[in-house]
Write a protein that binds this ligand. Structure first.
Ligand code: RFL
Ligand code: PHB
Length: 390
């Protein structure tokens, strides 16, 4: 099997890249270890920056997003028994759109298949070879058989646990990492959202987040211990904890309903530099992870491959390597801005290890400053909706 660009992973990064390359007349093959059904139903992120929405719409995959996506012009911060709205659109002129990551994935898969694109599901990449030659080879296993994909370039979009990053020889990459002493328990519930905008709550029992997917479905998160056992969280305990952390404003209550899905996600910050070695390019969670508090992960994955789409177009159209050469340095500027913002939001909103009362006072002071200073609120808002240029 041969193609121009071999792509490992059919998450938002790999699928969007394949779509962008197709629009430039460049051939690609996507290899995905899981089934189509699995990737289309994996519940994950839900917040699209304005830039991500624009990218999806501009490239012809935004039709359902425009119809079903929920445009939000602000977020609410709850702390110390108070509630404050950050009016993002008033402060920045931009907005976010709530639309599930698995819906983005479904739309991209449908577009690729309708255009005759090749995505092999249930095809696990085992190893990459010849990355410093003119024809790298992707070794994968499908239906119990070992196969090879030969290509001009390989792009590793295989997430944090993928194999691509590990194909770079030792000593080339530098990693920067932080783990947090907590995790998120996330639930999807068949309950009409009780609010129109997201609520980020700092509470002495721990952080809570009220989000949604549609007018009928709520998406909620609770800060829990990093090694938390999900079997210790029957539905009633989850609702009781959500009530305790979110119902801190008189007269406000959340809507409850059957819990459809629940899972625990560890929190980490992670970056590997550079994002390229020879003919291997890395994008999305394969090279950087942020804690979800800033809602940046999927947006960064899309921003990486938007750069790669243009860079491969310049290479194939005009043999111009400049954008490919600069890819890592250009992408890392946005990556580090998002790293800082995600770390800052996480530190401001969670119950921190050790329960240091001084830190708790600082958190309240920071939140109150966001709530009262137009300058500070604008800083939060412009990062949250996404900075066009970084
Ligand atoms: P993905 O989505 O992990 O896709 C990688 C794909 O590679 C496949 N794969 C392999 N395929 C072949 N061979 C191998 N050896 C392979 N190894 C792995 C995997 O099966 C998978 O299909 O990475 P990508 O494309 O970089 O996308 C990144 C995003 O998924 C991620 O950053 C976000 O989900 C993070 N995130 C959020 N991001 C946002 O922008 N806004 C949010 O509101 C937001 N909330 C979240 C989040 C992530 C969460 N979890 C569960 C981690 C909320 C949560 C709870
Ligand atoms: C979500 O709706 O899944 C979501 C929203 C905001 C975040 C993280 C996740 O910061």
């Amino acid at each position: 099997m041969r193609t121009q660009v071999g792509i490992v992973g059919a998450g938002p990064a790999g699928l969007m890249l394949s779509h962008l390359l197709h629009r430039h007349g460049i051939e690609s093959v996507v290899l995905e270890s899981r089934s189509r059904d699995h990737v289309e139903h994996r519940v994950r992120a839900g917040v699209l920056e304005q830039g991500s929405v624009d990218l999806l719409c501009r490239t012809g995959v935004g039709e359902r997003l425009r119809r079903e996506g929920l445009r939000h012009e602000g977020i609410e911060l709850r702390f110390a028994g108070e509630s404050h709205r950050v009016p993002m659109t008033e402060l920045t002129g931009r907005a976010i759109t709530v639309y599930g990551q698995q819906e983005v994935v479904k739309d991209l898969i449908a577009a690729r298949l309708a255009a005759g694109g090749t995505i092999h599901f249930d095809a696990e990449v085992l190893r990459l070879a010849g990355l410093n030659s003119a024809e790298p080879v992707v070794h994968f296993r499908r239906d119990g058989r070992d196969e090879e994909l030969r290509c001009d370039f390989v792009v590793g979009c295989d997430g944090f646990h993928g194999v691509s990053r590990g194909a770079v020889p030792e000593g080339v990459l530098t990693s920067y990492e932080r783990t947090y002493p907590f995790a998120w328990l996330g639930v999807l519930a068949a309950a009409a959202p009780a609010v129109e905008e997201l609520i980020y709550a700092n509470h002495e029992r721990g952080f809570a987040l009220y989000s949604m997917r549609s007018p009928e479905i709520s998406r909620l998160y609770l800060q829990v211990a990093p090694d938390e056992d999900i079997t210790r969280w029957p539905d009633e305990r989850i609702w009781a904890e959500l009530r305790a952390r979110l119902e801190t404003v008189p007269g406000w209550s959340l809507n409850e309903g059957p819990i459809l899905e629940k899972s625990i996600t560890p929190m980490r910050s992670f970056v590997v530099e550079p994002m390229q070695w020879e003919r291997l390019f890395l994008a999305g969670d394969a090279v950087h992870i942020v804690p979800p508090t800033g809602a940046k992960g999927m947006n960064l994955a899309l921003a990486d491959v938007a750069l790669l789409g243009d860079a491969f177009a310049a290479w194939y159209d005009r043999a111009d390597a400049e954008l490919l050469t600069n890819y890592s340095a250009t992408a890392l500027r946005r990556v580090w801005r998002a790293q800082h913002f995600s770390w800052w939001m996480t530190s401001m909103l969670h119950r921190l290890a050790g329960d240091d009362p001084y830190e708790a006072k600082l958190q309240t002071a920071t939140l109150r400053y966001v709530a009262t200073s137009r300058g500070y609120a604008t800083s939060l808002a412009e990062n949250y909706v996404g900075l066009p240029e970084v």
